[in-house]
Ligand binder design. Structure first.
Ligand code: FAD
Ligand code: 2HG
Ligand code: ZN
Length: 478
């Protein structure tokens, strides 16, 4: 495998072939059109590319990929460019082809009785949710970036989000894939089957592979009954130990119908209310820690409101919950989610942030939270912990904002040390240094540091077997 497949500028002849395959609407090299796609969402990486292609069919993607393979041109697949680890940002060489999937946005099939939708990779997540709802079905993948991320990106990062507790990660939601391989061949694995034990399950190689093994062009996704009774509350919780007891009670009270269980620290609420227009604190008094909890019943008469009230009353009587607000309408429910999902944006407005997307066994969350928070605060007094996230999955966005008086650049220079403090504790506790965001460029060195050598060898063997020329998203993950 060539470590520097992207080092040589692509031959003019190759670029001409690619342009003629995709037609005038299918490519651009205009700096103003390229600019939004060359910098990652968090603004830490900016790259260049020889050409951006926007193909509109699997056949065109395969034909372009064949040219790239023949001429050994590196390619970077890109969906909505919402990656938290710069996984879709090209390098600085200016020799890579950026594959924008935005025009691959058709829903090919929606089969309500098979509970499946077959969508092209460039479909925006929210559009798939909407199409499913119109057919009285639920596509449960849900995350803050759903208005701009694409299903191809979700699959390639094995995205998590706020409904994993009930429905699983993206990996659990896929039945079949269509993938253009680095050779330009099309692997048609678009099966709509719930059972298929006919050898290695190839689709799972591509899920979570961050564009390093092929270009996903379409997927068959699982649908579920559209819940008719959704109840959401925002509860002030006594402390971090209490959060898990509350989760257990929520599962019990709802008949195991908890679809989201998110933890939010006070600082996250302060940031969202300060920086996101229209977000207000749902409770009158200030508390240190909150849980955003959602129950979903399939039937309108599932009794989820009574279940939620009973759970909160019991928790209040036992001193686990200090105060709570239950959304009384869809607009109140949306307001609670706006607060939760606004924290990422609000934290970036507040200044420099050092982030960790960690998971530990769910029961280890309180111990991890206390120990790692203390370790980082000891390292840098004045640093502002901003932990929130999918605590029901054992996944915290264990983030830190810069001390107020510190210079942003000076703060970010501590990135490596802070990562090391947190990740050492995570790994010691049997956790993961990337629960749902992937590796990309940002965590490549961390992966190399923490992943056992045999795991890395196996990953490299798979990469070499599928992408012998090393042209798929080089420099990402491995
Ligand atoms: P991109 O960022 O464009 O690409 C991501 C990776 O996938 C890259 O490696 C790229 O090369 C590859 N890729 C993209 N499309 C294809 C394709 N068709 N074929 C092959 N490879 C491809 N993530 C979570 O898991 N949970 C969350 O709750 C969550 N919340 C977020 C909230 C906000 C506000 C933001 C900005 C991000 C959030 N993310 C979350 C991260 C991000 O949205 C997800 O990783 C998402 O799945 C990326 O999708 P995308 O289309 O933007 O992919
Ligand atoms: C979320 O859950 C996202 O909101 C983003 O995964 C987390 O900003 C972050 O660190
Ligand atoms: Zn998240």
């Amino acid at each position: 495998m060539s470590p520097d497949a992207s080092a040589k500028p692509p031959a003019g002849e190759a670029l001409a072939k690619i342009k003629s395959i995709v037609g005038d609407k299918g490519w651009s090299d205009a700096p103003d059109e390229l600019a939004p796609w060359l910098t990652d969402r968090r603004g830490h990486y900016t790259g260049r590319c020889a050409l951006m292609v926007r193909p509109s069919s699997t056949a065109d993607i395969a034909a372009v990929m064949t040219v790239c393979n023949d001429y050994r041109i590196a390619v970077v697949p890109q969906g909505g460019n919402t990656s938290m680890c710069a996984a879709a940002t090209p390098d600085k060489s200016g020799t890579e082809i950026l594959f924008n999937l935005g025009r691959m946005n058709r829903i090919r099939n929606l089969d309500p009785l098979n509970y499946t939708v077959t969508a092209e990779a460039g479909c925006i997540l929210q559009e798939i949710q909407r199409a499913a709802a119109e057919a009285d079905r639920l596509f449960p993948l849900s995350l803050g970036a759903q208005g701009s991320c694409q299903i191809g990106g979700n699959l390639s990062t094995n995205a998590g989000g706020v409904n994993v507790l009930r429905y699983g990660n993206t990996r659990e939601l896929v039945l079949g894939l269509e993938v253009v391989l680095p050779s330009g061949e099309v692997w048609n694995g678009l099966r709509r089957l719930r059972k298929d034990n006919t050898g290695y399950d190839m689709k799972h190689l591509f899920v979570g592979s961050e564009g390093t093994l092929g270009i996903i062009t379409a997927a068959v996704l699982k649908l579920f009954p559209l819940p008719k009774d959704v109840q959401t509350c925002f509860a002030a919780v006594r402390d971090v130990d209490t959060v898990l007891e509350l989760l257990a009670r929520a599962r019990e009270a709802s008949g195991d119908a908890v679809t989201s269980f998110e933890m939010i620290g006070r600082f996250g609420v302060d940031l969202a209310t300060a920086h996101i227009p229209g977000v207000a604190d749902p409770l009158d008094k200030r508390y240190e820690l909150y849980a955003l909890i959602e129950f979903s019943g399939a039937r309108a008469d599932s009794g989820m409101a009574a279940n939620m009230e009973a759970m909160l009353e019991g928790a209040f009587a036992d001193g686990l919950v200090l105060d709570a607000a239950i959304a009384q309408s869809e607009s109140q429910r949306r307001a609670l989610w706006k607060l939760r999902e606004g924290i990422t944006e609000a934290q970036s407005v507040e200044g420099g942030s050092i982030k960790h997307d960690i998971s530990v066994p769910v029961s280890a969350i309180p111990a991890f939270f206390r120990r790692a928070t203390q370790a980082v605060v000891d390292y840098m007094p004045g640093i502002r912990p901003c932990s929130f996230g999918h605590v029901g999955d054992g996944n915290l966005h264990f983030n830190f904002s810069q001390p107020k008086p510190m210079d942003r650049k000076e703060f970010l220079a501590h990135w490596g040390e802070v990562n090391r403090i947190v990740h050492d504790i995570v790994v010691e506790m049997g956790g993961s240094i990337s629960a749902e965001h992937g590796i990309g460029q940002l965590k490549r060195d961390e992966l190399r540091h923490y992943k056992p050598a045999l795991d890395l060898d196996l990953m490299r063997s798979i990469k070499a077997a599928l992408d012998p020329k090393g042209i798929m998203n080089p420099g990402k993950m491995l």
